[in-house]
Design a protein around this ligand. Structure first.
Ligand SMILES: [Zn+2]
Length: 649
């Protein structure tokens, strides 16, 4: 990588006269040489911009952005990018879109150098552009000038080291620093008619479109030049249980750059790839707001009833706020950013702290909690996305109620399930040396939640693995829990043998459980089995037909997805929770026919990672839910709480 300083080595800058950076000097030189060629052929002179000398994720000066937007040749330290060219009027993108997408795909070192203001020094004049490179760039300019190239704008990359030429599509960046390329739709969900009537394919089908039914622009989503979600995807062809496909990208959040991985784990690589892209887009929409406007900055004290009180969604223990320098208690008098949501229970707009919705963004003023993707979901319409968001909230709440509340659950006899897919999955788990169990994890809400547990037969490392699923159809919930477990099984033993001392220390001192992967890895230690007695010795093992007989009699069986959403809303309202929906859909998703929402049900136990950051432990619902469910006559006593980090993956 080439790093730059404001001073060009070897040149003594006069007072106030900054010499151009080496990359900028090379850009000016290239533009001059292209102009000479254009003059000879009486062609238009291509404008050259450089990418990689300045942080383009921060707003550039309007003049700089305008010049970049107009450029059709972009010089980086290792390649010349020609374009964007082709495309149609409604997919137009510019040089700024390209520069932003390019920068997001750089390595951690490059991004930190560009974005955190670290001091840099030049390693010399770079890049070196011989005449034949200028000739090649000029040829590409001529070739692409009038080319059509399909529906999306294209970018052609000339590698400065190998001379290799490749072309990739570019999607317009919704936060393009030059100008918006898509009309900024500020339509509220209620103006769209949400919740609208949506006919289901069948009473027991809740997805209106399959994951493979979207026209996803795969090459624009993942490519090494300007991929929306990352530089590429990889398939794990050695996995004995599923056909995993994954990709990743660095996202800058309040904790610096984090590696955001998105994946699909189905039974074929093609199906997994579709799922991976859908998950990647969901993260893309949920980590940061991809639309300008719509943010209200005010204090809760001022907004009052128009806003959700974030304290209803749970807080950390007081000592966490005292000891953790990354967070500060919620201050109702302090102005923080809010976004618009819609209360399904009360049929009214409600402002929601942006911190609870966009889980990688945040400002210094609103760091009262770390949120994750819990309750975020994607579908072909708002109603479908909301239903799956709510099912996720219900699933995590139930899992935590049973874990921290030490609830005794009924085991479901997997041998009595009808699903052949399930049978194939338990066979594959057996192949890995694991027995699989599933538990009826309903507490006070009627929706089937199933917790799956895989137990390593020989008691070796990677001993236990948990996962959960929620669905109106009980066997679908069982399948969801077991299929998620299958995705972890092949890696479990290694996760323990890679860092045995660290995990042993966590088992001694739960305070050392800090990150998401720590929770599941900890239960790979054979010694942790002593904390999971309530799962290893269930109250009973019963066939699903018996466990869910009552549910099957009363479950909603309509053909309208809206009714299912409203049924869930009522069920949550019965437990004292509002249901709030925030539309997170990114403009890119909207074009693909996708919607992403963040659903919030204040009062449900939220999933958190890190032992010091367990909001669930402070919430009233942990004490009352089992009594409400009729599972016990009284509230849970403090001494009965299982004060052990949850094993949720
Ligand atoms: Zn643009």
């Amino acid at each position: 990588m080439t790093t730059e300083t404001a001073v060009r080595p070897g040149s003594a800058p006069g007072p106030g006269a900054a010499a151009p950076l080496p990359l900028e000097a090379a850009g000016l030189d290239l533009e001059r040489r292209l102009a000479a060629r254009a003059a000879r052929e009486r062609a238009a002179v291509p404008r050259v911009a450089v990418i990689g000398a300045a942080d383009v994720l921060r707003r550039e000066e309007p003049q700089t952005a305008a010049a970049r937007a107009a450029a059709t040749v972009h010089l980086t330290a290792d390649a010349v990018l020609v374009g964007p060219w082709g495309g149609s009027a409604d997919t137009a993108a510019c040089g700024c879109c390209l520069a932003v997408r390019w920068q997001r795909l750089r390595t951690r070192t490059e991004r930190d150098a560009l974005e955190t203001g670290l001091s840099r020094s030049a390693a010399g004049d770079w890049p070196v552009l011989p005449e034949y490179t200028a000739d090649a760039v000029w040829s590409l300019c001529r070739l692409t000038a009038d080319a059509a190239g399909g529906a999306l704008p294209q970018v052609t990359r000339l590698d400065l080291e190998t001379g290799q030429v490749s072309t990739v599509p570019l999607l317009a960046e919704p936060l393009c620093p030059h100008a918006p390329h898509t009309p900024q739709a500020q339509v509220t969900v209620e103006a769209e008619g949400f919740p609208a009537s949506r006919e289901k394919p069948a009473a027991d089908r809740y997805r209106l479109r399959t994951a493979g039914g979207y026209d996803l622009p795969a090459a624009a989503l993942a490519n090494p030049v300007c991929g929306v979600l990352g530089a590429g995807t990889w398939s794990d062809v050695t996995s004995p249980t599923t056909a995993p496909v994954a990709g990743s990208v660095f996202m800058r959040g309040y904790a610096g750059l984090t590696d955001v991985t998105w994946s699909g784990q189905s039974h074929s690589f093609a199906a997994s790839r579709d799922l991976a892209f859908l998950e990647g887009l969901e993260r893309y929409a949920g980590t940061h707001r991809r639309d300008r406007g719509g943010i209200v900055t005010d204090s809760y004290d001022n907004l009052g009833d128009a806003a959700l009180d974030p304290r209803d969604c749970g807080l950390y223990a007081p000592e966490t706020y005292r000891d953790d320098p990354m967070i500060a208690p919620f201050d109702p008098s302090r102005p923080i950013p809010w976004v618009r949501g819609w209360s399904l229970r009360d049929d009214r707009p409600v402002l929601v702290p942006a911190r609870l919705v966009y889980y990688s963004a945040g400002t210094a003023a609103d760091h009262f909690v770390f949120e994750c993707s819990n309750g975020c979901a994607t579908g072909s319409c708002l109603e479908e996305a909301v239903l799956f968001g709510l099912l996720e909230l219900i699933e995590r709440d139930a899992f935590l109620l049973a874990w921290y509340g030490n609830a005794r659950l009924t085991e479901i006899d997997l041998g009595a399930c009808r699903s052949p897919v399930l049978r194939a999955m338990t066979d594959r788990a057996a192949l890995c040396g694991y027995d699989v169990h599933a538990f009826d994890n309903r507490v006070d809400l009627a929706v089937p939640v199933v917790t799956g547990l895989a137990v390593r037969r020989d008691g070796g490392p990677g001993t236990l693995a948990f996962a959960a699923g929620a669905a109106f159809d009980p066997e679908t919930a069982v399948e969801a829990a077991v299929s998620e477990i299958l995705t972890y099984l092949p890696h479990l033993p290694r996760q323990v043998t890679e860092r045995p001392a660290e995990l042993d220390a966590m088992a001694e001192d739960f305070g050392l459980v800090r990150r998401l992967p720590d929770h599941a890895a900890l239960f790979g230690l054979p010694r942790m089995a002593r904390y999971v007695g309530s799962y290893l010795e269930p109250t009973a093992v019963r066939p699903p037909a018996e466990v869910y007989a009552e549910w099957e009699d009363r479950r909603p069986r309509g053909l309208d997805l809206r009714d299912d959403v409203l049924w869930c809303t009522q069920e949550l309202a019965r437990a004292g929770c509002d249901v709030i929906v925030v539309d997170q859909t990114a403009p890119e998703q909207r074009r693909m026919g996708l919607r992403t929402v963040c659903t919030i049900a204040p009062g449900l136990l939220p999933i958190d990672f890190g032992w010091a950051r367990q909001r669930a432990l402070t919430m009233p619902r942990l004490r009352t839910a089992q009594r409400r469910a009729g599972m016990r006559p009284d509230d849970l006593r403090e001494s009965e709480v299982r004060r052990v980090p949850h094993p949720f993956p």
